[in-house]
Write a protein that binds this ligand. Structure first.
Ligand code: HEC
Ligand code: HEC
Ligand code: HEC
Ligand code: HEC
Length: 448
């Protein structure tokens, strides 16, 4: 039965649609269900390309330059990926299209299908092909052993990842297990081309930016080539777990759950874990923050200061990155050879990786601001060195001027790199009409 419900119909289906026996059997547990359902109230999100048009230029040549929003409540996970211009358009004739791996972190139907099809059998399917199978957004069995409150990692890639950093799930304390449960999805990944595009976590050497970069460099791996500078790039994706796991809080046993799923007491005096996961600060007293922090206001101020600092540094870095992409582009046009420009191209790759590893980590200013700052400082160093090489090279090649793009708005940035948003949107609308609205379960249209 489909446990996915619209909030307004919630009272009707409570207790009816649940495959989760604890919920049906025990009233207290339905507080978990009710609060889980409230993630549907967390509907605000931001158009991140509008907010920061520079990223359109940096992601040119990748699907991220088309559409990118900030995250919102778990209830929207399936619908948002179904409606994004980054995913889910009918494959072109003769092509498989985007891998079903995109479903991995949106739904408990993904681990279910992996069991049926095998991990590589699953990822070998296309995103569109499996759309009709996806019934639920992030749900109980994503975090709990079916029918119990015990925590678990149903995703094979996550079990492998935690073993790679010598923290196998079964041997961890409660705090680490809680965070690993979130870290199934709030973690950076790539699709492994030689294994049918299955999700792989690049942590062989560890999970810092340096260690992940070493892994990608050693394999000469790239996800796309930047069309202006011809830099082979890799994308960082929401490395929240990675940043948290090196933080003061992780050391003190403060998990993702301490802050995002607080312990509460119901009207009839029963204590339970609030399953309405949001981006709000937890109750200062209830979550015991006072053992190290003065006050809630102090923390709020700390977050705001961190955010301002990181955004300023990120802006400096992205401006220099964009200049470097176009300076490399000018050098190529003037006849540069790989032997001359290679070191600068690697500098762009490494600096952009650090910018992305910091800024695609949602809430880094609340999770590990020090690491964010260090990443951006190193990126600034790397891009300055790359631009020095490019400047000498361009002088040698007789380049007298470089034209930089106008990225003052999202529309201008997309025009500069040839993204035709209108055409893409039309194609997407057609796909939604003929596929998503017709053949996919309700979850795919939730909120649309
Ligand atoms: C995103 C992960 C996640 C999802 C989804 C989730 N839970 Fe939980 N749940 C947790 C965590 C973390 C705890 C804290 C308990 C712990 O650390 O062992 C918890 C605790 C519980 C408990 C123990 C009592 C309590 O309140 O602490 C029950 C029962 C429970 N969840 C039921 C559910 C039900 C029913 C659903 C689906 C409607 C659900 N959970 C969805 C992560 C999740
Ligand atoms: C099965 C994958 C998965 C798991 C497990 C998971 N998340 Fe998420 N989470 C997502 C996705 C996907 C989104 C974005 C949904 C959207 O924007 O449509 C998200 C969004 C969020 C948000 C943004 C909410 C808002 O209101 O802005 C927070 C905070 C969050 N998750 C925290 C957690 C925490 C804490 C845990 C562990 C207890 C967790 N998540 C477990 C996939 C997951
Ligand atoms: C010390 C408390 C704390 C811990 C621990 C923590 N978070 Fe957060 N997190 C926050 C706060 C506060 C914000 C919102 C920051 C803001 O206001 O901009 C946030 C933001 C987020 C966001 C972005 C939400 C959005 O809508 O942009 C996600 C996703 C997230 N956290 C996931 C996690 C995950 C996953 C973990 C564990 C690996 C974790 N958090 C650990 C406090 C915490
Ligand atoms: C063991 C001590 C300790 C506890 C307990 C603690 N914190 Fe922190 N927190 C720190 C330290 C140390 C920093 C580093 C930043 C600073 O103060 O300069 C920090 C920083 C932060 C930041 C800014 C992020 C960053 O990386 O600088 C936030 C947000 C935060 N804490 C929230 C919380 C919340 C919410 C709680 C309660 C759940 C909590 N803290 C409990 C020690 C602690």
């Amino acid at each position: 039965m489909n446990p996915f419900t619209h909030p307004t119909t919630l009272p009707l289906v409570l207790g009816l649609s649940l495959s989760f026996s604890v919920v049906a059997a025990d009233k207290t547990s339905s507080l978990q269900y009710q609060t889980w359902a409230q993630t549907s109230e967390e509907m605000q999100r931001e158009d991140m390309l509008e907010k920061n048009p520079a990223s359109v230029i940096l992601w040119a040549g990748s699907a991220y330059a088309k559409e990118y929003h900030s995250p919102r409540g778990h209830h929207f996970a399936v619908a948002d990926v179904s409606h994004s211009l980054r995913s889910g358009v009918s494959p072109k004739a003769g092509e498989t299209g985007l891998s079903a791996s995109c479903w991995t972190c949106k739904t408990p139907d993904a681990p279910r299908l992996m069991k049926e099809l095998g991990v590589e059998g699953f990822s070998a399917k296309s995103f569109a092909e499996l759309g009709p199978e996806i019934q639920n957004p992030v749900y109980c069995s994503d975090c709990h052993t079916q029918g119990s409150a015990e925590l678990t990692l149903p995703r094979p890639h996550a079990q492998d990842a935690m073993a790679k950093v010598h923290k196998p799930f079964g041997e961890q304390n409660q705090s680490m297990q809680q965070s690993q449960v979130c870290g199934q999805c709030h973690i950076t990944y790539y699709f492994q081309p030689e294994r049918q595009d299955k999700v792989n976590i690049p942590w062989i050497f560890g999970n810092s930016a340096d260690e992940i970069e070493k892994y990608y460099d050693a394999r000469q791996f790239f996800e796309w080539v930047h069309p202006i500078s011809r830099t082979p790039l890799v994308k960082a994706r929401h490395p929240e777990f990675e940043h948290w796991n090196r933080s003061v809080h992780a050391e003190a046993g403060i998990s993702c759950v301490t802050c995002h799923m607080t312990q509460e007491t119901s009207a009839d005096g029963k204590s339970f874990t609030n399953h309405k996961i949001t981006n709000h600060l937890p109750d200062f007293e209830a979550a015991n923050c006072s053992s190290c922090h003065q006050s809630q206001q102090h923390i709020t101020q700390l977050i705001a200061d961190n955010k301002a600092l990181l955004e300023t540094k990120a802006q400096q870095l992205q401006e220099l990155l964009i200049k470097a992409h176009y300076e490399a582009g000018a050098a190529w046009k003037a006849g540069a050879q790989w032997q001359q420009i290679g070191e600068a191209i690697m500098g762009i790759r490494h600096a952009q990786w650090r910018w992305d590893f910091a800024m695609s980590s949602h809430g880094i200013h609340a999770h590990n601001a020090k690491e964010g700052e260090a990443l951006l400082n190193k990126g600034l160093e790397q891009i300055r060195a790359a631009r020095e090489i490019l400047s000498k090279l361009n002088a040698d090649l007789g380049v007298t001027r470089v034209d930089y793009p106008d990225y003052s708005t999202k529309a201008k940035a997309q025009a500069a790199i040839g993204v035709d948003l209108e055409k893409l949107t039309e194609e997407k609308q057609a796909f939604i009409k003929t596929e998503v609205k017709k053949h996919w379960p309700k979850a795919a249209n939730f909120g649309y």
